[in-house]
Write a protein that binds this ligand. Structure first.
Ligand SMILES: O=P(O)(O)O[C@H]1O[C@H](CO)[C@@H](O)[C@H]1O
Ligand SMILES: O=c1cc[nH]c(=O)[nH]1
Length: 238
């Protein structure tokens, strides 16, 4: 019998070339709303998967939980079963004033402010998405905010405000916790990657309140989530 990947519990025959990863297992349902003929695959730990069709193209959807370590596990195991392109549809906090709630933030590169990717490759190695997928996103979503993002490990740090201001001053546009790992591990494994993030926290606003807006269904944030899903699916179809 074909071997199952230890965490995502999927095998080669479950895979298609294109995958969307999300942090929250509940977001898998939001992606499914755009798909036809979808079927649930597995739900093990934070890794919930389904496979469905968007405009005649099959796509695998998988949640990865919070943070770089579980995202990297998912990326490695997707690679093992033959996935070639991975787009993250996540949430983020803005690092510049004027980026509204629900605005899509698309990373042109990520500051690797996480612990895990340093164990893969030295810090000087850049975390960059696929230039091909990025160019497609720019055609499909010219309204999105493009720039460098920061991926970090610590949601509740005492010095969050200072750290955000520090990176904001270098022109970074937003932050999440998994894009750096996706770009780095994806590049090392020969996978094309992209990260499309929904802004849930305006710059200088309360971090917890913003994430709660996503959970409780704030209109702008929910519309932003839909738009990020749509952009990802269109990029994979283009
Ligand atoms: O909404 P997701 O995709 O989980 O992304 C963001 O939300 C989580 C923190 O609340 C982190 O995983 C961060 O990267
Ligand atoms: O501000 C935020 C919001 C979501 N995720 C983050 O990492 N930061």
């Amino acid at each position: 019998m074909e071997e199952l990947q230890a965490h995502i519990q999927l095998k080669k025959t479950d895979a298609v070339e294109d995958a969307i990863i999300v942090g929250d297992p509940a977001r898998v349902d939001q992606v499914a709303k755009f798909l036809t003929e979808f079927r649930e695959l597995k739900y093990n730990r934070e890794f919930r998967s389904l496979r469905g069709t968007y405009k005649n193209k099959e796509v695998l959807v998988l949640s990865t939980g919070v943070g770089a370590p579980s995202a990297a596990i998912a990326i490695e195991e997707l690679h093992n079963i033959g996935v070639k392109r991975i787009i993250r549809v996540g949430s983020a906090g803005a690092l510049q004033l004027g980026i509204g709630l629900g605005n899509p933030i698309i990373g042109e590169g990520a500051v690797r402010d996480d612990g895990l990717t340093k164990m893969y490759v030295p810090e000087q190695y850049p975390a960059v998405p696929s230039s091909t997928l990025l160019a497609k996103a720019k055609e499909i979503a010219p309204e999105a905010i493009y720039g460098i993002i920061r991926s970090h490990d610590g949601f509740y740090m005492d010095n969050n405000e200072q750290t955000q201001e520090y990176w904001s001053n270098f022109g970074l546009i937003g932050e999440d916790m998994e894009s750096g790992a996706l770009f780095t591990v994806g590049r090392l494994r020969g996978i094309e990657t992209l990260s499309i993030l929904n802004n849930v926290v305006a710059y200088k606003e309360d971090l917890q309140a913003g994430v709660n807006d996503l959970v409780s269904g704030d209109d702008k944030v929910i519309e932003g989530e839909k738009r990020t899903i749509e952009i990802a699916l269109e990029v994979l179809n283009k």
